[in-house]
Design a binder for this molecule. Structure first.
Ligand SMILES: [Fe+2]
Length: 366
């Protein structure tokens, strides 16, 4: 059996209401930094969706040596944004000793990248790839407010380099959060359709590794737990009940670990094509792809189709009906480029199965 060296997150506060512990977690860390002669300054990045949420923001405003910045999460993070944030902090009298991310995948990824860049020379684009980060970043605490992306437990943070068009993460053990606060009550305000799509993202982070050829027992175990939690959520009367939100937060965390130690297969590459060419949001794109992939995932196709019907989820159909040949070419190119996961799904000769005609047939079903 191969030996793996796996890094993991040290401290996790989990449970409904856990958010109330954030202030004391920051204060405790600031005390440790004082003893260790590190900066006590903490910067809290929050999704601007919560800007008017006084119950959330006011306790944080009262913490000394902290600043709050709001993130527009409608835009995917770029390397330029991370470089600009680094410059802003380094021009201040004292660079932060800690960062907190409160939000969905975008906010979490911004803080993960910024933490790395504050303690490493050069620019964000220098660290897009695998294991390029040399020094541990500044202390970072993640507080997800959406369940599904797995950004809270993954060892990557996806950034777009606008100059090259490259969309790639800083894949590194240093990218992992030092500490997580997982509070299912923070996802209470997520609309039902969005909640469903994000849960299915966690579901595919588990289903795809389990369907692949590159398997390992560590990733499989987390994937099995995440998959079964998602299937329990789909069977609930109300997917956003306390039980549903709690299970979703765990499934997202487990799915993130599964994907960090394994690989996606067929859904994510096709989904990436839809996002790049037609700007379909990631989690919706995954769902649309699964609905067109009955031949590869018959059981999961049935489970997702039944769940969509049972919970009355709105799913746009026919979005590829009137595309030009040029758009289908782009869809093919931007899906088939993901060779590693497609090899995981179908083997080395995946291109003989996923011919251009076959890929376009699948997109036509969407
Ligand atoms: Fe995903």
């Amino acid at each position: 059996m191969d030996i793996s060296n796996i890094s993991s997150i040290k401290n996790i506060a989990f449970g409904r209401g856990a958010f109330s512990q954030l202030k004391s977690i920051i204060l405790e860390r600031q005390s440790i930094h004082e003893i260790e002669n590190k900066s006590k300054n903490f910067v809290i990045y929050i999704d601007d969706f919560f800007e008017s949420n006084e119950a959330m923001i006011n306790p944080l405003k009262s913490i000394e040596n902290t600043e709050i910045y709001y993130i527009d999460s409608s835009k995917e993070p770029t390397t330029t944004l991370i470089n600009d944030l680094r410059d802003r902090h380094q021009s201040q009298s004292e660079s932060p000793g800690g960062l907190v991310a409160i939000g969905g995948g975008v906010t979490l990824d911004i803080v993960k990248a910024l933490s790395n860049l504050l303690n490493n020379e050069g620019d964000a684009e220098d660290y897009q790839g695998w294991d390029l980060v040399k020094n541990k970043g500044v202390y970072k605490i993640g507080v997800p407010t959406l369940s599904g992306t797995g950004a809270e437990s993954s060892r990557t943070c996806v950034l777009i380099n606008e100059k090259t068009g490259l969309k790639l993460g800083m894949n590194s053990d240093f990218t992992l959060f030092d500490e997580l606060l997982l509070d299912p009550d923070l996802t209470r305000s997520v609309p039902k359709d969005i909640f469903f799509y994000t849960v299915t993202d966690a579901y595919f982070h588990c289903v795809e590794p389990l369907s692949g050829m590159l398997r390992n027992d560590f990733a499989d175990s987390y994937a099995k737990m995440g998959k079964s939690l998602c299937e329990e959520i789909f069977k609930l009367d109300d997917i956003r009940s306390n039980d549903g939100r709690t299970k979703a937060m765990l499934a997202s965390y487990f799915g993130g670990i599964a994907i960090a130690n394994s690989m996606t297969a067929l859904v994510h590459p096709f989904s990436a094509g839809l996002s790049v060419v037609l700007q379909v949001p990631h989690t919706l794109a995954n769902c649309l792809v699964m609905l067109a992939m009955e031949e590869y995932y018959p059981n999961e196709h049935r489970i997702i189709s039944d769940a969509i019907e049972r919970h009355g989820i709105k799913v746009p159909r026919g979005i590829c009906n009137d595309l030009s040949n040029e758009q289908f070419d782009k869809l093919y190119d931007s899906s088939i480029i993901h060779e590693k996961p497609l090899t995981n799904g179908l083997g080395d000769d995946f291109k003989s199965i996923l011919t251009k005609d076959k890929v376009i047939e699948i997109f036509n079903r969407i």
